[in-house]
Design a protein around this ligand. Structure first.
Ligand code: NOJ
Length: 585
């Protein structure tokens, strides 16, 4: 028997279980903003070199306006040797020629603001590029010199210093230490790099480092940016003495760590250990908050901090620190009703306690796109990319679930992040040839992990153009799969029911119904349902059916938006498997 006969959804708000009250704070755009992540190198290439650039972003701003987002976040476009796609910054105050010029940035900023779209830029303070003038000076300077004191240089262990100073591993694989060579050719000190060896970690106990980044903040605030996405925000302060640690460090791993008492959502996304989430990091953000508060215009910071449990993450968004933190616990919750409810509840409990908005995210440039991830046999697993030889995602199922997951996300109160291309339903590229891979994680793991190239494929703008309109003559730094033709933006914009149409409609309704500042209550009848997530936000019901049996809507329900075709079963409108709907009852 289907759930149509047994458990019709309730129409009455009295059967609801309140989780979160509507936001009383007015006028802070970041509390309910939908923020679109632009990954510049893969967004749009204006000059034909096969790499996206800032003028390319400017040229496509109307796509974002039509979509209806409030802000865009630009991944790094600063001067960089591009060893980690720009997360290795050589000059924090200039644009890399690959992406354009500072003038191009100013044009983009002005054009976005003219359209009512705010601009958030990426800040990478945990490490610099090894080509940064500071690191080059450090290599040239004496051991123990002030130049070396900006980074974490240490003597090695063992009689000749031939062992690394501790046992930390790089998140990209291999040791987190690289040994230097002295001018006379003899082996010297080691330096710490939590990521690639081309990304030396800064020493944030050094006041010079702090004042330099405060100045960088001001440089971009003075130019008019609306905020910062802070890279590795949980990593800048390390435990005193840099003690050994035998725990597992991985940005993308498959582990699951159930919480002891069931009150915290813990999905294994957290990095812990002496290199992460140290209490001292918060003083940095308090200082930065004071700087942002000096500026007009409600500037905001969002922490990229893979920290769990969520109560620990909420410490980054206390009233005098950051404004938001990415909610990776939601991203890794997979396609499981109980787990999703758990994360939603824990998120509100933690963030409401400090007065911060909760954020939501399903995809970014570091994880397998959710249109593919949710089509894997075990959607809660998070492989670091996929090889052609890996079990392949079910593309149709993945997209169906992704659309439902996105509609669920956009129906939640708080601020949501949308990664470029997810509004087109783009899948991961899962069959890239190893020769084209560029992610340092692929190389540092000796090819054991595919890495993140598959989620960074250039955008398809036009079905009939070379490289699907990504660049003028068809150049593209990574090849696009043939499946992108069906997702090209020009096709999707013109196709009712396309994923773009779904996002556009959802964002319009979300704004009209003020769902971003709304409240959240579970519908009692589904509160423990293993297959259904159903909540009321203001007077809109958001219902996602993760099970096999269709779920009937109450008689007279006014459907506002649905992620897929609804069915008509014996006169009742029903939500089929892996589909979400917003309705008013
Ligand atoms: C997180 C960024 O999102 C990722 O792309 C980068 O590789 C690391 N931080 C290091 O900066």
């Amino acid at each position: 028997m289907t759930r149509i006969d047994s458990t019709p959804a309730p129409a009455s708000a009295t059967e609801a279980i309140t989780v979160h009250a509507a936001s009383a704070v007015e006028g802070s755009w970041w509390r309910d903003a939908v923020i679109y992540q632009v990954y510049p190198r893969s967004f749009a290439d204006s000059n034909g070199d096969g790499v996206g650039d800032l003028p390319g972003v400017t040229a496509h701003l109307d796509h974002l306006v039509e979509l209806g987002v409030d802000a865009l976040w630009l991944s790094p476009f600063y001067r960089s040797p591009q060893k980690d796609a720009g997360y290795d910054v050589a000059d924090y105050r200039d644009v890399d020629p690959l992406f354009g010029t500072l003038e191009d940035f100013d044009v983009l900023l002005e054009a976005a603001h003219a359209r009512g779209v705010r601009v958030v830029v990426d800040l990478v303070p945990n490490h610099t590029s090894d080509q940064h003038v500071w690191f080059q000076a450090a290599l040239a300077a004496e051991e123990g010199s002030p130049e070396r004191g900006r980074y974490l240089f240490r003597d090695g262990r063992g009689a000749g210093g031939e062992e690394p100073p501790n046992n930390w591993q790089s998140i990209f694989g291999g040791p987190a230490w690289t040994r230097t060579t002295r001018a006379d050719g003899t082996p010297g000190q080691w330096y710490l790099h939590l990521f690639d060896s081309s990304q030396p970690d800064l020493d944030w106990s050094n006041p010079e480092v702090r004042s330099e980044f405060e100045d960088v903040l001001r440089f971009w605030l003075d130019r008019g940016v609306d905020g910062f996405r802070v890279d590795v925000a949980h990593g800048m302060v390390k435990a005193d003495g840099l003690p050994d640690w035998d725990g597992h460090v991985a940005m993308v791993d498959g582990t699951e760590t159930p919480d002891a008492d069931g009150t915290e959502a813990v999905n294994g996304s957290g990095n812990s250990g002496p290199m992460f989430d140290q209490d001292g990091v918060h003083e940095i953000y308090r200082a930065w908050r004071r700087i942002l508060d000096e500026y007009e215009g409600d500037r905001a910071m969002v922490a990229e901090a893979w920290v769990e449990p969520l109560s620990r993450l909420a410490r980054y968004v206390r009233p005098d620190e950051m404004h938001q933190a990415f909610n990776f616990s939601f991203l890794v919750a997979g396609w499981d009703a109980a787990r999703l409810r758990g994360v939603v509840e824990s998120s509100f409990r933690a963030n409401d306690a400090v007065g911060a908005p909760t954020t939501w995210v399903l995809s970014n440039h570091d994880v397998v796109r959710h249109a593919s991830r949710l089509g894997l046999a075990e959607p809660e697993n998070r492989p670091n990319g996929l090889f052609a030889t890996d079990p392949q995602p079910d593309a149709e199922l993945g997209l169906r679930r992704a659309r439902a997951a996105s509609l669920l996300m956009l129906g939640l109160p708080g601020s949501s992040y949308v990664y470029q291309g997810e509004e087109l339903g783009l899948p991961e590229h899962t069959t890239l040839e190893d020769v084209v891979r560029q992610d340092p994680a692929f190389f540092r793991t000796g090819g054991a992990e595919a890495g993140r190239d598959g989620c960074r494929i250039p955008m398809p703008w036009a079905v009939d153009a070379p490289a699907y309109g990504f660049s003028p003559d068809g150049a593209a730094w990574l090849p696009q799969p043939a499946s992108y033709a069906a997702h090209a933006a020009d096709v999707e914009r013109a196709t009712p029911g396309s994923t773009f149409d779904l996002y556009r409609t959802a964002l319009r309704v979300r704004k009209a119904e003020a769902l971003g500042t709304g409240d959240l209550a579970w519908l009692g009848v589904f509160a423990d349902d293993p297959h259904v997530v159903a909540l009321r936000n203001r007077d809109v019901v958001v219902l996602a059916n993760l099970g096999d049996a269709p779920v009937a809507l109450p008689p007279g329900a006014e459907v506002l938006v649905a992620s897929g075709e609804l069915t008509d079963d014996a006169g009742a409108t029903a939500v089929p498997s892996d589909t979400a709907v917003w309705y008013r009852a």
